[in-house]
Design a binder for this molecule. Structure first.
Ligand code: PLP
Length: 409
């Protein structure tokens, strides 16, 4: 099977592909958990640490100025990448989890009152559940989850039914990390705004797979993690509308987020600095810039098309495996194929196929409420990236057939 896109050349930019696992060439189908890194990202990390490393925003010497400039250039790069209105809307965090905690603790804590309502969906990663639960405990607000269909489809009507005059925040995934469902963010944002609520988007599994234009999506916050976008771990993004950020109090206090400090009280910097307390992961942020260069050079549309074609082949190929059921078959899907096998538990599947060098994820995928909603305790999940090729799904299918034979299916 051929995809139109020349991914072979791109594969050569990923050094991990030359490694073997259990004497077999690696088949990495766990990019939704964390993606592998291209050479330019690895090189950038090494270059920063070996030549241009220093703390940022405080030194007046050459290395500090170089590191500061490179760090701030990434802010601009990210702003352009997601079409933010300005680079000041880009806040660097340690990842999506920290970004949502920032929104909940800063925006949420300062705005919400008892009986206000926060709407999420049953398909959330725990990162888009727990910070809101904690916020509800502190404020007396209520957390409400919109169901999805059994096939994983999301219907706007289900959201509309749950909106009340008390709805303040609607926080949804761009793409479900279990079902692959792509959520209709534009429509959700519009409904949020019509009801004087804000729309927060967990973009962890969105920004990695498709072009993201936050002006078009018209949401109020969009968050993601660098490590899923071919960048390093420890760095992530919280994009927020300038006018909302301007009105938000700090969440974490310390260096770099201040204006003037007295022993009794302090004033704080304007965004984004207000929300970037302490020394950030400097080299990781600069390498995230290299990751954005990498995907920009390929083109997010090309990445989306390649992955769609691989995913479609994956569905077709896995459908031939005896006893395999897909979990999440909504028409608009991206990134992942979750499944169960009649013969074996997902943990056993994952352990066994690792013998063939095939890496998938098995478990609840940090989405326990969704598992309960689907009446499952776990699934196996194969996920794709730009380096995934159709043959990876041939290898997975062959390996799963072996599992069937071992378990006597
Ligand atoms: N949201 C989604 C949809 C995810 O898939 C993940 C990670 O798997 C997260 C949030 C949390 O990301 P991180 O652990 O990088 O903060």
């Amino acid at each position: 099977m051929k995809t139109k896109f020349d991914y072979k050349g791109i594969r050569s930019e990923f050094p991990f592909l030359s490694r073997k696992v259990n004497q077999k060439p690696i088949i990495y189908l766990d990019s939704a958990a964390s993606s592998q890194k291209p050479q330019n990202v690895i090189d950038q990390l090494v270059k920063t640490y070996s030549q241009s490393y220093s703390n940022i925003h405080r030194g007046l010497h050459t290395l500090s100025e170089e590191a500061t400039n490179s760090y701030e250039e990434v802010r601009l790069k990210i702003a352009r990448f997601i079409n933010a209105y300005s680079k000041e809307e880009i806040i660097f965090t340690s990842g999506a989890t920290m970004s949502i905690n920032l929104i909940a603790n800063s925006y949420g804590l300062s705005k919400l009152k008892p009986n206000d309502e926060i709407i999420i969906t049953v398909a959330e990663h725990h990162a888009n559940i727990i910070p809101w639960q904690m916020l509800c405990e502190k404020t007396g607000a209520k957390l409400i989850a919109v169901p999805v269909d059994k096939d994983g489809s999301f219907h706007i009507s289900a959201l509309k039914q749950r909106i009340t005059k008390n709805t303040r925040i609607i926080s949804v995934p761009h793409v479900s990390n279990v079902l692959g469902t792509v959520f209709p963010i534009k429509e959700i944002s519009q409904i949020a705004h019509e009801n004087k609520a804000i729309c927060v988007v967990d973009g962890c599994q969105g920004v990695t797979h498709m072009p993201v234009d936050i002006q078009d999506l018209n949401c109020d916050f969009y968050v993601f993690s660098g490590h899923k976008l071919y960048g390093p771990s420890g760095i992530g993004v919280c994009w927020g509308r300038a006018e909302i950020l301007a009105d938000m109090p700090p969440f974490l206090g310390g260096g770099d987020m201040i204006d003037n400090v007295e022993i009794d009280s302090s004033t704080f910097a304007i965004p984004p600095s207000r929300f970037e307390a302490g020394t950030p992961p400097i080299a990781e942020c600069i390498a995230l810039g290299a990751a954005v260069d990498f995907v920009t050079k390929i083109g997010m549309k090309n990445i989306e098309n390649h992955e769609k074609s691989v995913l479609s082949y994956g569905h077709q190929r896995l459908a031939s495996v005896k006893g395999l059921s897909f979990v999440g078959t909504s028409p608009n899907k991206s990134g992942v194929i979750s499944f169960t096998l009649k013969s074996a538990h997902p943990h056993d599947i994952s352990t066994l196929i690792d013998q063939d060098g095939v890496a998938i994820r098995a478990g609840h995928h940090c989405a326990q409420p969704l598992m309960k909603f689907l009446n499952l305790n776990s699934t196996a999940r194969a996920s794709v990236a730009i380096y995934t090729e159709p043959e990876d799904f041939d290898a997975l299918a062959i390996s799963l057939e072996k599992v069937n034979r071992i378990f006597g299916a």
